[in-house]
Design a protein around this ligand. Structure first.
Ligand code: IMP
Ligand code: MG
Length: 180
């Protein structure tokens, strides 16, 4: 099916918002060190940009998780494909996500990190789709709330594409126009 990508949030707006989030985090963690853990691949861009805007000491790590197939009853269980490489015991962790949808990925990862002995665990997400939530998860820092539409860019993909767009766009399908 043919589709176009329509800009929803500009690069300048994202940049401005991430600066604000960084300032808020720097204030909240004054005198402490934060450990940013980005969830691959989507949150890679956001994690790095956020790190640049935080003025307290920062360490960065990444995890890759995938949810088990939708056919399984064990909703909320994620498989860790790539784990953190440093100890997070006693650390003030901020999990960085591209978007919180159902909230399943992050609620599982929060449990995993709790078991690893983190001192505190918060969630920072560039985008939030609150309408879609099926868990109790509420991100502590949110860039933008978005409607229930499929979005791409700034790390988010559609079939692995468009992660490199510097803005957030929505995928608009053109009905009735089949690809020739
Ligand atoms: P959930 O909160 O566990 O349901 O899953 C969140 C993940 O779903 C995100 O990290 C994205 O990888 C993916 N996702 C959800 N909504 C979108 C979207 O609109 N565009 C691209 N990926 C999305
Ligand atoms: Mg993701």
């Amino acid at each position: 099916m043919n589709y176009t990508i329509q800009e929803m949030i500009s690069e300048a707006e994202i940049d401005k918002r991430i600066r604000e989030m960084g300032a808020q985090i720097s204030k909240d963690y004054e005198g402490k060190e934060v450990c940013l853990i980005g969830i691959l691949k989507g949150a890679s861009f956001f994690t790095c940009e956020l790190a640049k805007r935080i003025s307290v000491p920062v360490t960065i790590d990444f995890m890759h998780a995938s949810s088990y197939g939708s056919g399984t009853v064990s909703s909320g269980v994620v498989k860790i494909d790539k784990d953190v490489t440093v100890s997070i015991e006693g650390k003030n962790v901020i999990l960085c996500e591209d978007i919180v949808d159902t909230g399943r990925t992050l609620s599982s990862l929060k449990e995993v990190l709790k078991e690893k002995g983190a001192n505190s665990i918060k969630v920072a997400s560039l985008l939030d789709k609150p309408e879609r939530r099926v868990t109790e998860l509420t991100p502590d820092y949110v860039g933008f709330a978005v409607p229930n539409e499929f979005v791409v860019g700034y790390g988010l993909d559609y079939d692995q594409r468009y992660r490199n767009l510097p803005y957030i766009g929505t995928v608009v399908f053109e009905e009735g126009k089949e690809e020739g």
